[in-house]
Design a protein around this ligand. Structure first.
Ligand code: 5AD
Length: 390
């Protein structure tokens, strides 16, 4: 019943499931598959938010270009300090994340990646938005191994409504970007937001089927958390659902800005079709991601921890997740990388954030991984091993 061939309607039924006993079978299956396929170590990735500059205006995001917030870009010396911390504390991977910062120079990134690899021996994951093929190749040659770019939603109309286009880039370009990453030889990570206004259970089921189709190496998805400084920040919630009317007015002024918007008709979901932005949904998505992509690396993400601290983090790890990405950004920059409010660990230092993660791993009877922890699916793919189902 719970195998990697689930159809989108079957996936949607699981997403809507409320029966506690049946849900328990989903949690158990996901935990079992996780144990069999990627074992018990929890992989730790040090997350460094290197710049909050952004040229995009995504309706949900607290660092969208139009918002007046103090902007920063970390210096190479500051980033290498984070690498030193990671090395000292046994974090084998450093994730460099930023907004779509066009002023983030490709040469700067290449030099920084090379220094992280050569001077500290760390694996580098990049999460810097959509970039050109030549930049991707250059960064890979400098030592970058992995790249993260969520596609956010596979519904083209919703994607267009949420993402005022820059340079004509829409969902098609986003998916193409993921394929370009794969072709360049990166380990590819993606994911979606959960409960973004306008997202239906059928949309989310198709998102999950797309994870499988893209054969992702890493899958990170978390609840949408409204930021008051954004167009989606003040929507009214009733009985756990976004109310349709304010949603319509929040989205419509932006539709015309997107090249794709005229090609797709966005339909507002009825409240029972709208996915709620809860951890309950997040756990189902983690578990179903594990069922559909048994060999992927799947993190328990920060927005889950933001909604329900330690409990949320640990539940995701017990329901299919095998990765934590402790934030090791210098404390002075954390409050400026406010993609949503009250982000977990905003006022902590790297040491505290890491110790918290280690304690949570210990509390569920697991242990931190040693070594690179590359996606098993990636290693098999490059060795030419065909995909195994479950
Ligand atoms: N709530 C939850 N997640 C968000 N992201 C951006 N803004 C929000 C928000 N308000 C997510 C997007 C992006 C990732 C870095 O953070 O999915 O890809």
């Amino acid at each position: 019943m719970l195998d990697s061939n689930l159809s989108p309607p079957e996936i949607a039924a699981w997403l809507r499931e409320t029966n506690a006993e049946r849900l328990q079978t989903l949690w158990d299956a996901a935990d079992q598959i996780r144990h069999e396929r990627v074992a018990d170590a929890v992989r730790l990735r040090g997350l460094v938010e290197i710049s909050n500059r952004c040229s995009r205006n995504c309706l949900y995001c607290g660092v969208r270009a139009e918002r007046r917030v103090e902007r920063y870009r970390m210096t190479q010396a500051e980033i290498l300090e984070c690498a030193k911390f990671a090395k000292k504390n046994g974090l084998a991977t450093l994730v460099l994340q930023a907004g779509e910062d066009r002023t983030l120079d490709a040469g700067f990134v290449a030099e920084t990646v090379r220094a992280i690899r050569d001077d500290f021996g760390l694996i580098v994951t990049l999460s810097l938005g959509e970039r050109t093929d030549s930049e991707l190749v250059r960064w890979q040659e400098a030592g970058a191994r992995r790249y993260l770019a969520r596609f956010e939603t596979s519904n083209p109309a919703l994607y267009a409504a949420l993402h005022p286009s820059v340079d004509g880039s829409g969902l098609t370009e986003r998916i193409e970007f993921l394929k370009r990453l794969r072709k360049t030889g990166y380990e590819v990570g993606s994911g979606v937001m959960l409960g973004i206004p306008g997202q239906t259970f059928d949309d989310l089921a198709r998102d999950l089927a797309l994870f499988r189709e893209l054969d992702l190496d890493m899958i990170g998805s978390g609840p949408f958390l409204p930021h008051p400084g954004t167009p989606l920040g003040s929507l009214e919630i009733r009985d756990g659902y976004w109310r349709t009317a304010p949603l319509a007015s929040a989205l419509s002024p932006f539709k015309s800005e997107n090249a794709d918007a005229s090609r797709f008709t966005f339909r507002y979901p009825t409240s029972s079709d709208q996915v709620p932005n809860t951890n309950d949904v997040a756990f189902k998505v983690v578990a179903l991601s594990r069922v559909l992509c048994p060999d992927a690396n799947i993190p328990s993400v920060t927005s889950v921890a933001t909604l329900d601290g330690s409990g949320g983090r640990k539940s995701a790890l017990s329901r299919g997740a095998n990765v934590i990405m402790p934030n090791i950004t210098p404390t002075k920059y954390r409050r400026l990388y406010e993609i949503y409010p009250n982000k977990a660990a905003t006022f902590e230092d790297a040491e505290t954030t890491l110790q918290t993660a280690l304690r949570q791993i210990d509390e569920i009877g697991r242990f931190p991984g040693v070594g690179p922890g590359s996606s098993k699916r990636f290693l098999e793919r490059v060795a030419g091993v065909p995909r195994r189902e479950r």
